[in-house]
Each structure stands twice: as structure tokens, then as C-alpha cells.
Design a protein. Structure first.
Length: 118
């Protein structure tokens, strides 16, 4: 009986110590903030079909070859001698982002977006 109490107390103490040592956990809102950190939000809501048209026209005018990938994503490819770039543009009705980041393409898209009230 004495051994059972000692073993139980040891297990309980170990569980508390191991649980207290887990300080690497991040709150759920912190991971969502890091995930959406590079999102560029629209001033107004834009429907996906309209966003596809905007992306295609802006990309082609900037020298990118735009390929529809999914209903909410497009692939932009550009050949700069001797380098080649490929970027995935993901979007929704409220935001877009590029992976990997391409600031020149992002700024061209931002400039083509309808302004508030248009």
C-alpha cells in the first residue's frame, strides 16, 4: 500500500513538472497574426472573378506570364535574363498576398485596385 502511494505521488509530481516545463506553446492568435502578416487588404470588397481580371491585366502589363492555378490563386512567371522568377498570388474578396514576396508586383497590383468609393 505504501509503495502505491509513493508511486502515485511520484507520477503526480512528474506530471505537474512536465506540464510546467512546456513554455514553447504560442497562443492561437499569435500564430494567426504571423500567418496573415504579409496580407495586403483591399479598400473595398472585390469579387474573385474581378480580382482574376485585375491580376491578369496588371501582371501582363508588368511583363509577367499569369496562369490561373485555382479559383483563389494564380501563378506569375517572369524571365529576367538570366534569372527566372515564379510567384504564387493567393487572394480572397478582402486581401491578397504573394509567395515568395515580390514587392514590385505587389505595388503594381495595389495601384490597380479600385480605390474606396470607386
Amino acid at each position: 500500500m505504501k509503495k502505491i502511494i509513493v508511486i502515485g505521488a511520484t507520477l503526480l509530481l512528474s506530471a505537474f513538472l512536465l506540464d510546467g516545463c512546456n513554455t514553447n506553446a504560442t497562443p492561437s492568435h499569435a500564430s494567426e497574426d504571423a500567418k496573415s502578416e504579409n496580407y495586403i487588404y483591399f479598400p473595398t470588397t472585390i469579387q474573385p472573378k474581378e480580382m482574376q481580371k485585375i491580376l491578369k491585366s496588371v501582371g501582363e502589363s508588368e511583363g509577367w506570364r499569369i496562369t490561373e492555378y485555382k479559383s483563389n490563386a494564380m501563378i506569375a512567371e517572369k524571365l529576367d535574363n538570366p534569372d527566372a522568377k515564379a510567384v504564387t498570388i493567393t487572394f480572397s474578396k478582402d486581401f491578397f498576398y504573394t509567395t515568395p514576396r515580390n514587392t514590385s508586383l505587389e505595388s503594381a497590383i495595389k495601384n490597380a485596385l479600385p480605390k474606396d468609393g470607386e
